[in-house]
Design a protein around this ligand. Structure first.
Ligand SMILES: C[S@@+](CC[C@H](N)C(=O)[O-])C[C@H]1O[C@@H](n2cnc3c(N)ncnc32)[C@H](O)[C@@H]1O
Length: 304
């Protein structure tokens, strides 16, 4: 039996379905400041509550990390909406050697189990879901981060159309560093702050962008970039939050870019053509130019 009494939580499960004990350590890589589940010593937690991520490889990896971090006999509660991987959790837990109880509430599947003394398949799931170098991308990537195994067509279009930039700037929502690579190809760029809410993406970006002018920052851009007086901001803003389309996310990115730029500074933005960002840009910028429209995307240059 375990003797530890440490609790942990991964993500923010709906409180009416499962509540983390007060003082539980947060482990979600999408919550700036959270601890790293992959760095916890084996067997160091008595109970973990996990809102399972939707991607299969990422979810199996997260379950494997959680089981490894639990002491034998420790309690795992893991849940997800049925149509976002929830209906597969019980089966996945069984492959690791767990005996599972499952309930269903409010479109969620909620599974509970004890960490068995003998785990199976954990090393394979950790190897499959951890950081990896992708030969096709020519970049380090991590299953679960944005567009982890293919280049986003919007980012590719922006890369192809971005002029050489100058001075100090930022890459908002930098992901694994696809756009940063292009931005830093210009020798007139003096400094580039790379911001993202996903700690795993930033860790990969730091491996991919080895350049003394670049700096990574783990931040939720909605609460401010912490930057001012910039010459440029580049972004392919997110428009999904937790799987649902959320235009306010992109609008917030644009507002934060306008605040971070100096007069005369420029924002380069790519977005799906259907997203109504022009109306958000116009009141905040002196000049807004549609530079490219192709393949379902629009690229804007907006001058502060
Ligand atoms: C469309 S992706 C672009 C990624 C990268 N720039 C590229 O072109 O491949 C948007 C990025 O924004 C990040 N993101 C989402 N919400 C965020 C927020 N509130 N604050 C900071 N970054 C966020 C995501 O993790 C993701 O990496």
């Amino acid at each position: 039996m375990h003797t530890t009494t440490r609790s942990g939580v991964y993500g923010t499960p709906p409180a009416e379905l499962a509540e983390a004990p007060g003082g539980a350590t947060q482990f979600s890589p999408l919550i700036p400041g959270a601890a790293k589940l992959e760095e916890q010593p084996e067997g160091s937690f008595s109970d973990l509550l996990v809102l399972a991520p939707p991607g299969t490889v990422e979810r199996r990896y997260t379950i494997a990390l959680a089981l490894r971090a639990l002491a034998p006999g420790g309690a795992l509660t893991i849940l997800a909406p049925k149509d976002k991987g929830g209906s597969r959790i019980a089966k996945e837990l069984k492959t690791f050697g767990c005996t599972v109880s499952e309930t269903s509430r409010r479109h969620y599947r909620i599974c509970t189990c004890e960490r068995p003394s003998l785990l199976t398949g954990v090393d394979e799931a950790l190897a499959e879901g951890g950081p990896r170098f992708d030969d096709g991308l020519g970049l380090w990537t991590w299953p679960g981060v944005f567009s982890w195994n293919r280049l986003d067509p919007g980012s590719v279009l922006l890369e192809q159309n971005l002029p050489p930039l100058k001075g100090r700037g930022a890459d908002f929502g930098c992901g694994i560093g696809v756009l940063a690579r292009t931005i830093l190809a210009s020798s007139t760029v003096e400094h580039l702050a790379m911001l993202d809410i996903d700690r795993r993406a930033l860790e990969m970006a730091a491996r991919n962008i080895v350049d003394p002018r670049a700096e990574t920052r783990w931040a939720d851009i909605r609460s401010g970039s912490g930057l001012t007086g910039l010459n440029f901001v580049v972004m392919n803003p997110p428009f999904h939050d937790g799987g649902a389309e959320d235009q306010s996310l992109g609008q917030s990115f644009i507002r934060r870019a306008a605040e971070s730029l100096r007069p005369g500074g420029v924002l380069w933005l790519v977005a799906n053509r259907h997203l109504p960002y022009e109306g958000v840009l116009k009141p905040m910028f002196r000049r807004v130019t549609l530079k490219v429209e192709a393949g379902g995307y629009k690229i804007y240059e907006a001058m502060k």
